[in-house]
Design a protein around this ligand. Sequence first.
Ligand code: WQD
Length: 351
Amino acid sequence: MRVLVAGGAGYIGSHTVLALLARGHDVVVADDFSNARPSVMDRLAELAGRPVALEEVDLTDEARTEEVVARSEPDAVIHFAGLKAVGESVREPLAYYRTNLDATFSLLTAMRTHDVRRLVFSSSATVYGDHAPVPYPESYEPLAAASPYGRTKVMIEQVLTDVGLADPDLRIALLRYFNPVGAHASGRLGEDPQGVPNNLVPYVAQVAVGRRDRLQIYGDDYDTPDGTCLRDYIHVEDLAEGHVAALEHLEAMATPVRAFNLGSGRGTSVRELFDAFCAAVGRPLEAEVVGRRPGDLPAYWADVTRAADELGWRATRGLEEMVADVWRWQSANPDGYPRERAGQHPDVTPA
Ligand code: WQD
């Protein structure tokens, strides 16, 4: 299939681009590099053995988005584009609602104009809110989220559900990610947060390379086996393969819209993860226990039966592999991606 990957230069998007190419799909990346480095495209070309087509575009611009869809003539769209920092979304809610919703509206409008009826959307386990039973089942309702970021995901799921009801020929997979971690096994692609990392694994990785002094563990007095929170960490390469499985399943879907959890199906504590990371690095790292972070839930993980039964997909990479791959990436790229691109490729479409 020919796939337009919106947000394809980002952390999960870039890994998915490689997984798509490995399965013989044809890819066009659409990204504005607002939260990704252009040099990701060099790394993708290097790993793919050929340049990857790029459309540099702000997807909230409806006219430009329409041109991109017209030019790239995709069979399907995978939509990763959006803002994703929970804390920032509380401070800048309007930016989150505007960016995440407008980008989706532009894509949906352009897809309708050009008769593209296959979509895979990046949703999040955050849509289960505070009350869903663990492990979280996709059938749980009502969806709710505790942050503006999370509410953009709930809203977009609702928009896509309504759009699917109005056009029964659409096929849309809503992929609810748990906690994506890990990096490409080559050490050439990984997570490169701008500023102080908000999430556990990139923070520990920066402690390991000396960019941060110590990890702060947010609370060890939860009602969990070691007192720290449990989360469902999933290797980004498993996640990328989950997108390919969902894309290839769209045609067989019995209903226009279907949600799938992408997780490992098991809970890992902050301490277990930290200890595994120290083991991968081969020396102890510093950590201190501080107070709970407001809004954190004690423990949740995914019910993975639907993805296994319907997509034929399940996560295969364990904790050791996740942290080893993060360490390989972070130690080889202590400051993340290069700021500049090595060079423009001849088939890259100019902005
Ligand atoms: C994991 C665990 C923290 C940092 C968030 C969003 C979610 C999704 C992924 C998507 C928790 C603990 C963390 C630190 C710590 N976002 N922790 N010290 O909160 O499960 O999920 O990111 O785009 O929507 O809510 O992930 O990595 O922040 O935290 O002790 O410095 O690590 O308390 O238990 P979270 P996280």
